[in-house]
Structure formats: structure tokens, C-alpha cells
Write a protein of this length. Structure first.
Length: 457
């Protein structure tokens, strides 16, 4: 008689081992290996040839005439933008974010608008009672929306209920870590349970043409909890980002099989729920009439959407012998060290005896290399106490040689700056030839740019 094989599955990364160990050999986490019942392997199964006995699969060419799936708009423009136009029938979407960031609020608003548009919606909560969800909907002014609500954690019960009658057009599961499948052993939230529950729900969505949305918990470092294979199983992965102390929220697309991953949706947390932000630049710019040293406006780009943010720098001179500090919020600290090194080596400025603080206003996070020139402008302004003109923006990439390199979508950045009342821009020399309503000043090297700011010829 065949014996069941013992296996130990890491709850952090999902790796499988046949022996227990205190530390996982793949992710180096401690005390994460948990024993799970393995499949019974018989000699027949081990030697069976899979080349025969199955059904043939239909193969089609790339030019085959097949109707492409249609988009289903949610009624929330920012959510549709991040999704690439709306939900797709039979698709699976995974949305993750920090606790209290607004995932359930956003999905409840989307489900309500979806239902008010005449489509059937099922909202299954595994973390809250049905009365709690109804209270939130009433607080958001959505109490009259025809959303079918349930509080359940058993995947078998959920699929049995949904299989009766017509399937819903949209199914929201909040959250996948609370779901439990009785086909395998294990507590809800373990790697095997999350994988099995998601697989059954995705299979139902593909077969019945239902748009499935799964809410996922995140770990302390911000990544989605559970096995990494969960992100491979779904069609779209969205990340809901933002600081709870700030009012703005950003919905960022990390993976999208039906669209691009370069779009974001911007929301503002209000008392009546999440409100769309049509002009995100207004959240990250300080309204002032006079220039302040150490601040520069940078036109960042998120997908096809330009967002103007304010970069703030502070340089404090220290007494001799003290160790200077470098503090960065919203930008890469390694990139700041590189800009400081180029300013010292190529421009003759000294930051060795000064503390440097850099902040992106509004809690925004910038990853665009085009911010190099704006950061350098803020640092030089803070060091020399010379404010950057309030009607000017700056962007461009800085090389280690001190050369200023052009960046993509310069015309789009300049157009957005012109809409918000800016009149001039400091850019690399290659971008100064572009046609724009702004007065463009081009520089070949960072040294020329610093000389211009300090008035050194």
C-alpha cells in the first residue's frame, strides 16, 4: 500500500521541503515550515505516461477571427484608468494595500456603481459581518444600491450559492486570506489554503464569465502576503498606496494582462469615501507668491499622466568634527548620494560638512530619473539661499560625468506645467529645441546649470 509523503511548506515563500528545518533555505525566514499532507503516490502514478489518454486541445493562429472581451466600466474613472478601461469578463484582479488604506471602501463604491448601472454584483466579506458592510455603505450614501451581500469564508458554500441561477457580472472577495477550502487541510491564510481557494474562485470566474476581484493582505514590507504564485494566477495586480496621515491615495497597476502597467488612479480620502482627483498636481504643490530657497517644482510622469510635485531640500552647516546626516523622504537615498557627489566633483560645491534633508511634498514617492535636475536645483538653492523662480520647473537626468541627459515625454511634462501657470523651464540642451509655450533654458552640463543658478557668468 502506498504511503502518503510528508512535506513541509514555507508559509512565507511557499517553497516545499521533505524535511523540517528551523530556517527556510529559500527565503531565510525562521520557523515558517509547516507540515502539510502530501498526495499519495502509487507506483502506477509514478510510471504513468501522460502522452496519451487526454483530450486534444484546439490550436488557433494569431490571426484567427475571435471576438475580444469587452470592457465593463465601473463608473469610477480613476479605477478604470488603472485597470486599462474597466473590468474584463472572466478576469481575476488582485488588489493589495496597507490596513485601513481604503481597499474595501473603494471596492464597495465600485460595486455599488456597478450595480446601479444594471449589472449583478455579489460582495462576499470574510472579515466583516454583513451588517458592518451595510453600515459602511449607508455612511457612503450607497445604502440603496442593489448589491448582493454575504459574509462567508467557505469557498464551497460561496460557489454553491453562486452556481444557482445566473452568475454575477462582478464578484468581490474580501479577503482571499480569510477563505477556506475543505479539499485540503490547513488553516485559512496558509500558503496551501490561499492557493487552493484562489484557484477554485478563478476557475469559477473563467467558466462563468464573472469579473473576480480578490482583496489581498500585505506584509510589513508592503508586498502581498501569501504565495508569490497568487500574483501569477490572476490577470491584474493593483497596489493601493498612500500614507494614512495624508489624504491622497494612489492606485497603481503592477500587472495587467489586458492593458498597460504604466497608469495610476489618484483618489482623495473624504468623509463620504474616496473621491476622484482629476488634477493630482494640486495635491502636491504649495500655493505661494514668493520664492523660497530649497524648493523646486518637478513635472513627474506616471504612465501618460504628468503630476507636478514639489521637491524640498534643507542644508544645515555643522561645526567641524560632527558627522553630517543625510535624510530622504519620498526619493532614493542612493540617488541623492550620487547627486551630491556630482555636485562636489563636477561643480565645486561642498556638502561634506553639512547635513542634507530632502523631502517630496505631500508624501508622494518619486522614482523617475528625470528628477535628478530638480533635486540638484533644490540642493543648490538651499546651499546658496537663492530661491528658484516660482514660475519655473526643472527636469532632466544627471550623469556621473556631469552631463545633463534628456528624458522621455518632455513635451507632455511641459504642457502640464503650462496648464498650471508656469512660464519657464530649465531642461537639458536637447529638450530646449522642442516647441513649447514655456520659455525653455537648456544646459549641457550640471556645472552650467549651477553657474546659471548662482549667477557665475
Amino acid at each position: 500500500m502506498a504511503k502518503p509523503q510528508k512535506r513541509y511548506v514555507c508559509q512565507a515563500c511557499g517553497s516545499v521541503s521533505h524535511r523540517w528545518a528551523g530556517q527556510c533555505g529559500d527565503c531565510a525566514e525562521w520557523n515558517t515550515l509547516v507540515e502539510e499532507a502530501g498526495a499519495v503516490v502509487t507506483p502506477f502514478q509514478a510510471k504513468h505516461n501522460l502522452h496519451t489518454g487526454g483530450r486534444t486541445v484546439q490550436l488557433v493562429g494569431l490571426d484567427a477571427e475571435i471576438a475580444l472581451p469587452e470592457r465593463m466600466a465601473t463608473g469610477i474613472a480613476e479605477l478604470d484608468r488603472a485597470l486599462g478601461g474597466g473590468f474584463v469578463e472572466g478576469s481575476a484582479t488582485l488588489i493589495g494595500g496597507d490596513p485601513g488604506i481604503g481597499k474595501s471602501t473603494l471596492l464597495l463604491q465600485a460595486a455599488a456603481k456597478f450595480a446601479l448601472a444594471g449589472r449583478s454584483v455579489a460582495y462576499v466579506s470574510g472579515e466583516e459581518a454583513a451588517d458592518q458592510v451595510r453600515l459602511r455603505a449607508r455612511r457612503l450614501g450607497l445604502g440603496s444600491a442593489p448589491v448582493q451581500l454575504a459574509a462567508a469564508t467557505s469557498v464551497r458554500d460561496i460557489l454553491t450559492t453562486l452556481s444557482i441561477g445566473a452568475p454575477p457580472a462582478l464578484l468581490v472577495i474580501d479577503s482571499i486570506q480569510t477563505m477556506h477550502s475543505d479539499l485540503i487541510e490547513g488553516a485559512p491564510g496558509t500558503v496551501s489554503q490561499v492557493r487552493a481557494s484562489a484557484q477554485e474562485l478563478i476557475r469559477f470566474a473563467k467558466e462563468r464569465g464573472t469579473a473576480l476581484v480578490l482583496v489581498g493582505h500585505v506584509t510589513k514590507d508592503g508586498s502581498i502576503a501569501g504565495p508569490r504564485v497568487l500574483e501569477h494566477m490572476v490577470d491584474t495586480v493593483l497596489s493601493f498606496e498612500g500614507e494614512r496621515s495624508h489624504q491622497y491615495r494612489i492606485l497603481r497597476s503592477i500587472k495587467n494582462r489586458f492593458g498597460g502597467t504604466d497608469e495610476i488612479g489618484v483618489f482623495s480620502m473624504q468623509s463620504e469615501g474616496l473621491a476622484e482627483v482629476a488634477n493630482p498636481s494640486a495635491l502636491f504643490l504649495t500655493q505661494r507668491d514668493e520664492g523660497v530657497s530649497g524648493t523646486t517644482v518637478f513635472p513627474a510622469l506616471e504612465g501618460t499622466r504628468p503630476v507636478l510635485v514639489e521637491i524640498q531640500a534643507l542644508v544645515v552647516r555643522l561645526a567641524s568634527g560632527a558627522t553630517p546626516r543625510r535624510a530622504v523622504v519620498g526619493w532614493d537615498s542612493g540617488r541623492l548620494a550620487m547627486i551630491l557627489a556630482v555636485l562636489e566633483a563636477r561643480c565645486g560645491l561642498s556638502f561634506a560638512t553639512a547635513e542634507v534633508y530632502l523631502n517630496i511634498a505631500g508624501g508622494y514617492r518619486v522614482q523617475d530619473p528625470a528628477a535628478d535636475m530638480a533635486v540638484a536645483a533644490a540642493l543648490v538653492s538651499a546651499l546658496s539661499e537663492r530661491p528658484v523662480p516660482v514660475d519655473a520647473v526643472a527636469f532632466g537626468e544627471v550623469a556621473l560625468s556631469g552631463e545633463l541627459r534628456p528624458v522621455a515625454h518632455g513635451a507632455l511634462r511641459l504642457k502640464e506645467a503650462g496648464k498650471l501657470g508656469f512660464e519657464r523651464a530649465m531642461v537639458p540642451i536637447a529638450l530646449a529645441k522642442d516647441e513649447s509655450a514655456l520659455r525653455l533654458t537648456g544646459f549641457r552640463t550640471l556645472g552650467q546649470f549651477v553657474d546659471h543658478m548662482l549667477g557665475r557668468g
